[in-house]
Each structure stands twice: as structure tokens, then as C-alpha cells.
Design a binder for this molecule. Structure first.
Ligand code: ZN
Length: 392
């Protein structure tokens, strides 16, 4: 953890990454003699004396978030994560809580975070909102490093759109699973949705209010035939292309959760069958009026069951979170850079995107007892993604 001062005329350190292209222009380590703030000191092992809004708070919060996300994912992986950039000169991850950028960056040996200036009523500017204080953003960037450490990190020119987009989506899932480890988040999510997670909610929306333009919904109906996905592919837009994978994975999580709800007697099996993902609703092709009516009916029915046994809903969500976390960890452990040859490569044109990683997910599920194979197949097939033959 280093909290550097900026060099004039900048108040904050210039980022390692060039904001325009996202490529690093210099690398850690931060020069040892350059100006920096002293480390935040613990009082009897605690940091709760640190005041919100201070630099010290930014630093302590960023460090705590990265540590927390790492511990959660090391638990699911079953081993310590060795950084992909680790060598004799770069033994540690350098964490910069405040840098002169409007984005958050992860790279070889560093994580660093900038700020946005929220506008109030059109013109009055308020204090900067530091991205290092947004759990989703820090967890997502940590996710990039975890994924490169497990799957591999080819040179920039070898990274296909599919490789990059999978990492974007997977980093969102790393953050999603991590935030479900907070009782407050789980409680609020279930209270707001009355337990109906196939909806737009705080879990299915990423990076809320942090990077306005980059809010993505995991509750989406993107398929390989969607015009927005074709445009994302043509424009090499990794975030938009990731929706396909994240959407399918989110559907798997919610289907697992609803299976637990039925098993715990929280909802009848018929209600779980009626509760559908965004893509399943789109495939039904019902009129907007009919879809709306079904939605209202589902919301009311879920509310009745939730009011009877909120604790069963909470336990079902925690079970689903852990099964899904283990499933993803085992999937990624089986995944390598070769699983993302990309359609932009020679001989790759006939391939479906994400077919390698979906095949790995089915193999991972089998290794974990084979409970969710049918759910995984259905969730991705609806989006036009079939597992690569020969691997599942
Ligand atoms: Zn990202």
C-alpha cells in the first residue's frame, strides 16, 4: 500500500496506465524516494478510528477490500493465489488508493483508483467521489488480477476479444460473489426484491453510480444474435460483449438459488418454474402487457412467501452463493488462454464465443457432484452458446 503525493502541477500521482488507451506507460515499483504519505496506523489492531473522507480512510478501505476479496476467493479456490506478475523484483501488489485519473486500473503489479466529480443540479461541483471507496469497483479490479493469475496472461496482441470480455464478465462475478458475504447486502437485497432475484436489483447491477456509462446488468437477455452483441463484437467493446457470459452465469446462480428455495420449502416448485430469467421471458414472446401482468403476479406471490419465511430465503441465497462460488473457481481452474481462440483468429470463425469456458463449467460441475449440468446447459443454450464438443 502506497499513498503517493502528486508531482506538480498534479495533486495526485499520475496513473501507471495511459487513460486514453489503457496501456501502462510506466510500472511499479513507485520510486522509493518519491513523496508519499505515512502508512495508516492501527490502534490496538483496529482501524475504526479512521475518519470517513480522509486520505487515510481511502487507503485503509482499499486495502481492506482487496484483502477481503482475496480471502473469499482463496477459500473457493482452495489455495493461495500467486500473482501472475510475481518475480524476484515484483513480489508484492502495489495498491494506490488515490491517483490522477477518472477510472480504476489493474495491471502488472498494481491496482490504482481515480475519482469522479459528481455534478449536483447541473453545475455545482461537490467533492470527488473516490473509486477506491466503492466496493464493486475495487472487487472488480482485484478480480482482473485473480483471473489473470489463474487463467494466464498472454501478451496484449494475443488477447482476443473473447479473452478480454470473459475477464470483464468474470471480474464482475468475482465482485458479485464477494459482496454476498456481507449480511447487510444480503438482507437489503432480499428485503427490496422480496426474494425474487430474476429482476433488476442491486445484485444484478454492477458498478452502480460509479462509472455512469459502464453500468451493466447481469439480468439481461443478450444472445449471440442480439444486434447489441454484434455491434460490441464489431467495435471490439469488451464490456458490452461480456454481457453474454455474465448474463448466462447470473441465470445459473438464480436457478440454483430457486432450487434451494424449493428444497427448503420456501416456495412451491411450480413458482420456481414460473419465475424466469430475462432471456427465457424474451423467448416466450408474450405481449408487453402479458409479460407485465405475469411480473406483477410473480412479485406478489414471492412477497407472500418471503413474508412467511425470510430466513429460509437468506439461507437459500447463502447456499447458492457458495455452490456458485465453488463452481466458478473450479471452472476457472480448468480454463486456460487456449480456451479463448476468438472469432477474430484464423479457423475460429465457426466457433461460438465462450463455448470453451461453458464446457469447463459443465466439467467442473461434474467434478463437484453433477447437480447443475442441466441448468448450465439451458442457461447458455438460450443465448446461443453450446459447450465446445469433446470437453464436457
Ligand atoms: Zn474491468
Amino acid at each position: 500500500m502506497i499513498d503517493p503525493d502528486g508531482r506538480r502541477p498534479y495533486k495526485w500521482k499520475l496513473p501507471y496506465s495511459d487513460s486514453a488507451v489503457g496501456e501502462p506507460r510506466w510500472r511499479p515499483p513507485y520510486p522509493p524516494g518519491d513523496p508519499r504519505h505515512p502508512p495508516v496506523k492501527a490502534r490496538r489492531g483496529h482501524f475504526d478510528h479512521v475518519r470517513v473522507g480522509t486520505r487515510a480512510f481511502s487507503a485503509a478501505n482499499a486495502f481492506a477490500t482487496v484483502r477481503c476479496v482475496l480471502e473469499i476467493w482463496e477459500h473457493y479456490l482452495g489455495h493461495r493465489i500467486v500473482w501472475f506478475f510475481r518475480d524476484r523484483e515484483h513480489r508484492h501488489l502495489e495498491l494506490i488508493p488515490r491517483a490522477e485519473t477518472d477510472n480504476a486500473w489493474s495491471g502488472e503489479g498494481f491496482l490504482e483508483f481515480g475519482y469522479s466529480i459528481p455534478r449536483r443540479r447541473g453545475r455545482r461541483r461537490s467533492a470527488p467521489a473516490w473509486l477506491c471507496e466503492n466496493f464493486d469497483v475495487v472487487a472488480h479490479e482485484t478480480g482482473h488480477l485473480i483471473l489473470k493469475s489463474i487463467i494466464g496472461n498472454p501478451t496484449a496482441s494475443k488477447k482476443t476479444l473473447e479473452y478480454r470480455a470473459h475477464e470483464e464478465g468474470a471480474a464482475d462475478l468475482v465482485a458479485l460473489i464477494a459482496c454476498l458475504h456481507f449480511d447487510h447486502v444480503v438482507g437489503r437485497l432480499l428485503a427490496n426484491t422480496r426474494g425474487r432475484l430474476f429482476s433488476r436489483n442491486m445484485l444484478s447491477r454492477f458498478g452502480e453510480a460509479s462509472r455512469g456509462a459502464q453500468i451493466r446488468s447481469a439480468f439481461n437477455s443478450a444472445t449471440i444474435w442480439s444486434p447489441s452483441v454484434a455491434t460490441a463484437e464489431a467495435k471490439y467493446d469488451t464490456h458490452a460483449f461480456s454481457k453474454l457470459f455474465t448474463g448466462g452465469a447470473f441465470d445459473v446462480l438464480v436457478e440454483i438459488y430457486e432450487q434451494y428455495l424449493v428444497r427448503r420449502g420456501a416456495i412451491p416448485a411450480g413458482l420456481a418454474r414460473e419465475s424466469k430469467s430475462a432471456i427465457a421471458i424474451a423467448i416466450d414472446r408474450a405481449s408487453p402487457a402479458v409479460t407485465h401482468r405475469r411480473f406483477r403476479q410473480l412479485r406478489r406471490t414471492f412477497a407472500v412467501h418471503y413474508a412467511r419465511a425470510p430466513e429460509k430465503f437468506r439461507l437459500a441465497l447463502l447456499d447458492a452463493r457458495d455452490d456458485f462460488g465453488h463452481l466458478l473457481a473450479k471452472t476457472w481452474a480448468r480454463t486456460s488462454v487456449d480456451d479463448f481462440p476468438g472469432r477474430d483468429r484464423p479457423h475460429g470463425n465457426e466457433r461460438l464465443p465462450y463455448s470453451g469456458v461453458v464446457a469447463n463449467m459443465i466439467a467442473a460441475d461434474r467434478a463437484l457432484g453433477g447437480r447443475y449440468g442441466a441448468i448450465i446447459l439451458a442457461a447458455f443454450r438460450r443465448r446461443g452458446i453450446s459447450p465446445r464438443p469433446g470437453r464436457s
